[in-house]
Design a protein around this ligand. Structure first.
Ligand SMILES: [Zn+2]
Length: 340
């Protein structure tokens, strides 16, 4: 008599381990003898389901069955669908337990089965609780300009994913899952495009929701945090959302006033230097700084002027300099304290 185990579980012959397991759990829950007391039909179905799963969840037996349409010996020998769950929770005293087909009473630990199938809230049972996957963090380095303007980086992200071979159980039939070696999860590397927002500051962690480790038992995935290191720029210095630069000016520009070009992260800006500007004075260009990633408002550009002195000393220059000296009203250091 040929038994169609796939039909018994209501799955296609191409069904993978997790589909088979899912179908089995659903049916076992429905036809469990404790849910159908005195119902012989349900009991018979339950046994059939157990037998089908015992074969299809075991790679060796499944292959034998797929090839010959039957398996040698007792198809359920050594079959224990709950072994993994106990191993995970560390429950004791079930060595040698196997599904007993001689009667409902053969179930040695109904609570265990119920915990498995019905999410039974027995004290100390936590395996049904959804567990969120862990957050993951990785670092990326970007140029100053990329940070100011925003960019997209492609990162190889190693994620811990539920093993598709065993559906996260770690076991296929009686043996450890060959794909994950019993871990229930595998590490996969995927290339992930991550948007680095305009104005990101050095040390910022950009969150990519749901790209951390995969959760277990219906729990959501963790998040991925990309820690951004921003390379410094030789000219533009950032402080918060503001940019600082030093702008050299001539004595003439400082004395007479004028218009100078100030380079900003948004491009060059013509800026006024008032007459009589001292070296070291700082001016502000509003809104010419870096965009704040939260408020979306732009910071300012602050430029400090520095009067440069001509390198070449000529007789004509010497003459001019002496004339300049006459313009000062007394000693510029006259009002300073001479000591403590
Ligand atoms: Zn696996």
């Amino acid at each position: 008599m040929a038994t169609d185990y796939y039909k018994t579980l209501g799955v296609a012959r191409s069904a993978d381990g997790s589909e088979i397991k899912k179908a089995y759990r659903k049916l076992a829950r429905k036809f469990h003898p404790d849910v159908n007391p005195g119902n012989e039909d349900a009991e018979r179905r339950f046994k059939e389901i157990q037998e089908a799963y015992a074969v299809l969840s075991d790679p060796e037996r499944k292959q034998q069955y797929d090839t010959f349409g039957t398996v040698d010996g007792d198809p359920t020998a050594g079959f224990d669908p709950f072994r993994r769950a106990r191993a995970r929770t560390g429950a004791q005293g079930h060595e040698g337990f196997r599904v007993d087909f001689d009667g409902i009473g053969g179930f040695q630990d109904r609570g265990d089965i119920f915990g498995q199938f019905f999410g039974g809230a027995r004290p100390g049972r936590t395996r049904q609780t959804p567990r969120r996957g862990a957050d993951q963090e990785l670092a990326v380095e970007v140029d100053f300009a990329e940070a100011v303007q925003g960019t997209t980086v492609t990162l190889p992200v190693q994620r811990q994913l539920r093993c598709s071979e065993c559906g996260g159980a770690g076991a296929v039939g009686r043996g450890a899952c060959p794909s994950c070696h019993g871990a229930g999860s595998v590490i996969s590397t995927e290339r992930l495009r991550v948007k680095i927002p305009e104005g990101v500051a050095d040390g910022t962690k950009v969150r990519v929701a749901g790209k951390g480790a995969e959760g277990a038992r219906g729990g959501g995935s963790g998040d991925l945090f990309v820690r951004v290191k921003v390379r410094s720029h030789g000219f533009f210095e950032r402080e918060g959302d503001n940019i600082h630069t030093v702008v050299p000016i001539t004595f003439t520009e400082a004395y007479l006033g004028g218009e100078v070009e100030v380079g900003t992260v948004h491009g060059p800006v013509r800026a006024k230097v008032p007459a009589g500007t001292n070296s070291g004075r700082t001016f502000r260009l509003r809104g010419k700084g870096v965009r704040n990633t939260k408020t979306r408002a732009y910071g300012d550009h602050l430029y400090t002027v520095e009067i440069v002195v001509p390198k070449v000393v000529s007789p004509a220059g010497e003459e001019s300099a002496r004339r300049v000296a006459e313009l000062y009203e007394g000693n510029p250091r006259g009002g300073l304290p001479r000591t403590l």
